[in-house]
Write a protein that binds this ligand. Structure first.
Ligand SMILES: O=C(O)/C=C/C(=O)CC(=O)CC(=O)O
Ligand code: CA
Ligand code: MG
Length: 423
């Protein structure tokens, strides 16, 4: 993409949302108005329902579509890559310095642009199903050492398939939503009995997640080669985890109440088209996986990630920095594996990467790794320390890909942990 492509929207090119980005989201212009699709451009949201009503989507696939008049992006996601490309071309043209349609029409301009500071963001889609993978070798090894011991840190199946679990979509929330510290059952203490109490070990998990596009029919697997066309775009995700609840409940069926009390995602879906300049090689796989998981391209994305912790009334401290490209299993392999048994994916389903840890201590994607199961302190600015997340702490995840003269930002994925409900 040409870095010389610029928008007439003031400040857009120096922001996280330049004309090269154009992420999709669902927003309300005011809290009373109904949700609608929009695109982020600088400090503004372009209201796609207004653009659509003004008859500005003139391409063959979208001119008679009502996909931007829905309160979710599911229908647009279902249309597939040719329609996504057509929408992007139209929007990019309308926002460019060379096009008079919006910039020279004061009335239209006032109708289609809404200041971002005034909008309320919603979830981008009605998420039917949510799956969380476990695709970082570093994270799986670290948790294995802590939970199961050094000898069998990486489960025997780990190098042969992208492990995952089915999560719960009902408790996925958009960035900015506070979460109450969960209560639940923890392992027996000295008295030999399990306890029911507020979790003492609330953690974050630094993840990214993809929204599924058209999906597949039940019984028709998606190949690794075709998986790319199933990916609408990426968001940041925090798979909040209560480690004490998780540790007691997870054998033998995996995560349950330790993870479904809340999962936060960022509101803007960054498309594959915007991420194209950041394609890079995924790590080599040894041993080679079975044929249905072999990926001749093995491409992924270079997306630098950051997590900051902000205590109540305090200052933000960056506590870890990682990168999406660290993941061992690619999204294409995750999709091929998810559907190989005939399982169907549907438009708007959310597939999360798993915690994205890097090889160094400063790049671990959770507190349980950063504090090594509470055995060391994570230092904050202004002298504070943490082992896990405390009440009033806000966890803020951000990502920014630096391109040639512009940045592709994701907008924050943040959430605060509130004290537990009284018993
Ligand atoms: O290793 C375990 O028993 C547990 C692992 C997790 O909690 C991680 C999980 O949710 C998957 C991931 O985020 O990688
Ligand atoms: Ca997770
Ligand atoms: Mg979760």
């Amino acid at each position: 993409m040409s870095p010389t492509l610029t928008s007439f929207v003031k400040g857009a090119q120096d922001s996280c949302f330049p004309i090269q980005n154009l992420p999709y989201g669902i927003f309300r212009p005011t809290p009373e108005q109904i949700p609608r699709p929009g695109v982020a451009i600088g400090d503004y949201v372009l209201d796609l329902s207004a653009v659509s009503r003004a008859g500005l989507f003139k391409g063959p696939l979208l001119h008679s579509s009502d996909c931007f008049l829905h309160p979710t992006l599911n229908q647009f996601m279902s249309l597939g890559r040719p329609a996504w490309k057509e929408a992007r071309e139209t929007i990019q043209k309308l926002l460019s310095v060379d096009d008079p349609t919006l910039q020279d029409n004061v009335d239209l301009e006032a109708t289609v642009f809404v200041p971002m500071s005034q909008v309320k963001m919603e979830l981008p889609a009605a998420i039917g199903d949510y799956t969380d993978f476990y695709s970082s070798k570093e994270h799986a090894t670290n948790l294995g050492i802590m939970f199961r011991g050094k000898e069998n840190a990486l489960p025997v199946n780990w190098l042969h398939l992208p492990i995952g679990y089915h999560g719960r979509s009902s408790s996925i929330v958009v960035s900015g939503t506070d979460l109450v510290r969960p209560r639940g059952q923890t392992a027996p203490g000295k008295d030999g009995l399990p306890a029911y109490k507020a979790s003492q070990l609330v953690d974050f998990e630094l993840e990214m997640a993809v929204f599924v596009g058209p999906g597949n029919e039940m019984g028709s697997p998606v190949s690794v080669e075709d998986a790319h066309d199933q990916i609408f775009g990426f968001v940041l995700m925090n798979d909040w985890s209560a480690r004490d609840l998780q540790k007691w409940e997870y054998v033998p069926l995996g995560p349950f109440l330790g993870k479904n009390f809340g999962t936060t995602i960022s509101p803007w879906v960054v498309t594959m088209e915007a991420l194209e300049p950041f394609i890079c090689k995924a790590p080599e796989q040894d041993p080679a996986p079975l044929a249905y998981l072999q990926d001749s391209k093995r491409v992924t994305f270079d997306i630098p990630l950051k997590v900051a912790l902000k205590p109540e009334g305090g200052k933000e401290s960056v506590i870890t920095q990682s990168n999406f490209k660290n993941l061992y299993w690619t999204v294409a392999q995750q999709i091929a594996h998810h559907t190989v048994n005939g399982c169907n994916l549907r438009p708007g389903d959310l597939l999360a990467s798993g915690t994205i840890s890097g090889p160094e201590e400063g790049s671990y994607g959770s507190m349980v790794e950063l504090s090594w199961s509470g055995s060391r302190e994570v230092k904050l600015e202004n002298g504070g320390v943490r082992k896990f997340i405390e009440d009033g702490d806000e966890v803020i995840m951000t990502a920014c890909c630096k391109g040639d003269g512009y940045c592709i930002g994701f907008g924050p994925c943040s959430g605060k942990i509130l004290p537990p409900r009284p018993e």
